[in-house]
Design a protein around this ligand. Structure first.
Ligand code: UD1
Ligand code: UDP
Length: 352
């Protein structure tokens, strides 16, 4: 089969890496269209290098912009790329503007569309990701769900045809790259830190970064932790910190975004993780590291229902009380996210 894969943002490179490998193993030909949504070396190329993702066939170099500009430029440039290849199927991942643009370009060309990580819902229509997910799911012919909740969400919207519960390709990636990360990553010694001696934080949701008052309260909550917080800072957040002249306490160490292998080591060895990232909430769960989610809702409800993850918003008191809760050693840790072979299942189902 001829496959076109549309990706463009950091988490999509990670989600797609195990699928690209499974496609190649099954003898399919994949053409990767990189929209250029993320373009810094540390937000893009590092993942292709570390995870052995095939070189993109084409980079559309769309770059940053307002949501409308970014999505429409992607749509205009993806369409001719797909027309050029005339693939049997197009794969899109997750919930970014690259996902939606890829989905729209594909359905309008009457080509089969598969959405990987389908059915997620935060039910917060303020999030651009929520628009992107809902619209993409309603365009897709094949919907690959990472969790039972995702499958149920789709059923509630009347989507049952072409829907498959396969597990999460991010879990596949963690299983495939954890050993390599231990062998290759020197991040703990480079940063002069020891296992369980630090907290790990990341932040990039628009509603947390774009209002200087909100951003200031998040950094003041991090200050109150007083222990070391390693903070690989997303470029969006760095710009907001600089623009808002937000002061950073001495216990918070801002570092450049790190590669995937370093990130796995930082996550696994953190005392706890504070984040508003979707992917990092799950990775905290995979590593059994307590997670505090700096949001008021999550689409990864399994992690909160099982109490490995706590929604703390941006409230310093909730952050502090969640940090002081001990997780009992025997807390149940069900395999909500599949068996680590989601990618192979997806590739098998593409043939049907
Ligand atoms: C995007 C996705 C979000 C995803 C996140 C993963 C949308 C609407 N949002 O958010 O769902 O969780 O990626 O990280 O698609 N920038 C750089 N260099 C880069 C990339 C971005 O400097 O390589 C800066 C630019 O100033 C840009 C800003 O970051 O304006 C935001 O980038 P953008 O891709 O629009 O959104 P993200 O916040 O990264
Ligand atoms: N990640 C990384 N380096 C970093 C921050 C994140 O490799 O400095 C990885 C992280 O391990 C996870 C993915 O990027 O696999 C999550 O992406 P992000 O938080 O940007 O987006 P989201 O998951 O919220 O869409």
């Amino acid at each position: 089969m001829k496959i076109v894969t549309v990706v463009g943002a950091r988490p999509q490179f990670i989600k797609s890496a195990p699928v690209s490998k499974a496609l190649a193993n099954a003898g399919h030909t994949e053409y990767i269209v990189h929209t250029g949504q993320h373009y810094d070396y540390g937000m893009s190329k590092v993942f292709f290098e570390e995870m052995g993702i095939p070189e993109p066939w084409i980079n559309l170099n769309v770059g940053s912009g307002t949501p409308g500009q970014q999505t429409s430029q992607m749509l205009a440039r993806i369409e001719p790329a797909i027309m050029d290849q005339k693939p049997d199927i197009v794969l899109v991942y997750g919930d970014t503007n690259s996902t939606l643009a890829g989905a729209l370009a594909t359905v309008k060309l009457h080509i089969k569309l598969a959405h990987i990580e389908a059915g997620l819902r935060s039910y917060n229509r303020q999030m651009p990701e929520e628009h992107n997910r809902v619209l993409t799911d309603h365009c897709a012919d094949l919907l690959f769900c990472p969790t039972q909740t995702a499958l149920d969400n789709l059923a509630n919207e009347g989507l049952t045809d072409g829907v498959h519960l396969v597990g999460d390709t991010m879990y596949d990636a963690v299983l495939q790259f954890s050993t390599l990360a231990v062998e290759k990553s020197s991040v703990l010694s480079r940063f002069g830190i020891s296992p369980k001696d630090y907290f790990l934080a990341t932040l990039h949701r628009a509603y947390n970064t774009d209002d200087p008052q909100v951003l200031r309260s998040i950094f003041s909550a991090l200050q109150q932790i007083s222990d070391l917080v390693i903070f690989p800072i997303h470029p969006r957040t760095l710009h907001a910190v600089q623009k808002g002249q937000i002061s950073i306490a001495s216990n918070v160490r801002l570092v450049d975004p790190v590669g995937y292998l370093d990130m796995l080591i930082l996550e696994k060895n953190a005392r706890a993780i504070l984040t508003d990232s979707g992917g990092i909430q799950k990775e905290a769960y995979f590593f059994k590291v307590p997670c505090l989610t700096l949001r008021s809702e999550t689409e990864w409800v399994e992690t909160t229902d099982s109490r490995w993850n706590t929604l703390v918003g941006i409230d310093p008191d909730r952050i502090s009380s969640a940090l002081h809760q001990q997780i009992p050693a025997d807390r149940p840790h069900p395999q909500f996210f599949g068996d680590g072979h989601a990618s192979e299942k997806i590739v098998r189902l593409l043939n049907l």
